[in-house]
Design a protein around this ligand. Structure first.
Ligand code: TRP
Length: 346
């Protein structure tokens, strides 16, 4: 039995980092038809843990994220797309799991630590934000998901979930399933840097290419990308390491792209070698990257435009998906309460 669950916070449109880091993989998993159930969750409640005063942003982006999912190939007839806040069972599960996790364990979570630092919370960390790894464990275990396709930054959440599952199963009864994270096969895809070379593509840093960007925007963004600051003249030897243009190429370029757009090179190693030797200009490499990304993103953008003509239908899909997900979560919650012995009236 393979049950897949994953999701995203609706705090903005999805970008290329989400796409190579996780979205593409989800579509592959869906189309391989080796899973019994696939749940894709729009994590609005988790988004609110650091956006309590920003409901509008979260509300608006539910539709954007749903459009991004479907335009990339998530098919609502094969995968259940749902909205986290519509499943009250997730809150109940979190409440019981909270007793199985210590404050110091939460304080050690490297992703939460980094996010606290980025948001400059200092001493004013919202309790809901601090405990979101526990609620994420509820998201995963409510569906008995064993496979969680995510980017690398989510590994600490999966580890925390596994610990909660082991603790629950040994304290009460074997009800919950330990999940495994599935990362992209190509490790550069797990953490795509920003256009400016920053460690991560992130909306707050303004260094993203969005799935919904126009063809023109993509070209402009690629032209202004950070490259190797020591590669001043074409003839200078260049560095491909830590050079976002080359990192993007290793995430996206295949040999067919070379045949189609840059036939004077067979593959990425040849192109890299030339850049490192000197004599290859940034603009040529960027043009190649632009050709690849335009080809990859065009069908996604067109599908997105078509889907956004019928917003009512998208919300109907989300409503149906949430109903289906709620039933599955209710079954697990029943089992959890029985295992804990708090099913007094049964
Ligand atoms: N933490 C994820 C993110 O920031 C979103 C998320 C919430 C999630 N619950 C999940 C991902 C469960 C995988 C599984 O994007």
């Amino acid at each position: 039995m393979n049950i897949v669950l994953t999701g995203d916070r609706p705090t903005g449109r999805l970008h290329l980092g989400h796409y190579v880091g996780s979205l593409k993989r989800r579509v592959e998993i869906q189309n391989a038809k080796t899973s019994d159930q696939i749940y894709i969750m729009i994590a609005d409640a988790q988004a609110l843990t650091d956006n309590a005063d920003n409901i509008d942003k979260v509300r608006r982006n539910i539709l954007e994220v749903a459009l991004d999912y479907m335009s990339c190939g998530i098919d609502p007839t094969q995968s259940t797309i749902f909205i986290q806040s519509q499943i009250p069972e997730l809150c109940e599960l979190s409440f019981y799991y909270m007793n199985l996790v210590t404050v110091s364990r939460l304080q050690r979570n490297p992703t939460v630590k980094n996010e606290i630092h980025l948001r400059n919370f200092k001493q004013s960390i919202p309790v809901g934000f601090f405990t979101y790894p526990i609620s994420q464990a509820a998201d995963i275990t409510a569906f008995k998901a064993n496979i969680v396709p995510v980017g690398e930054d989510q590994l600490p959440m999966i580890e925390q979930t596994r610990e909660i599952v082991r603790s629950f199963n040994s304290t009460y009864q074997e009800v919950l399933v330990e999940p495994t994270a599935v990362l992209p096969e190509n490790s550069t895809c797990s953490r795509l840097p920003g256009l400016d070379g920053a460690a991560k593509m992130s909306k707050s840093l303004g260094n993203c290419i969005y799935l919904a960007d126009s063809s023109n925007d993509i070209t402009k963004k690629i032209q202004s990308m950070f490259t190797d600051p020591t590669h001043l003249r074409v003839q200078d030897p260049g560095h491909t390491e830590n050079n976002p243009v080359f990192i993007y190429l290793s995430a996206f370029a295949n040999d067919e792209h070379f045949r189609a757009f840059l036939p004077e090179y067979q593959n990425l190693s040849e192109l890299k070698a030339h850049y490192e030797r000197g004599g290859l200009g940034d603009s040529k490499v960027k043009r190649f990257l632009n050709d690849i990304l335009q080809a990859e993103l065009k069908p996604i953008r067109e599908k997105r435009e078509a889907l956004s003509n019928d917003v009512g239908q998208i919300f109907e899909i989300l409503r149906q998906g949430s109903l289906h997900a709620q039933k599955a979560a209710a079954t697990t919650l029943d089992q959890v309460k029985s295992a804990m012995g708090i099913n007094y009236f049964k």
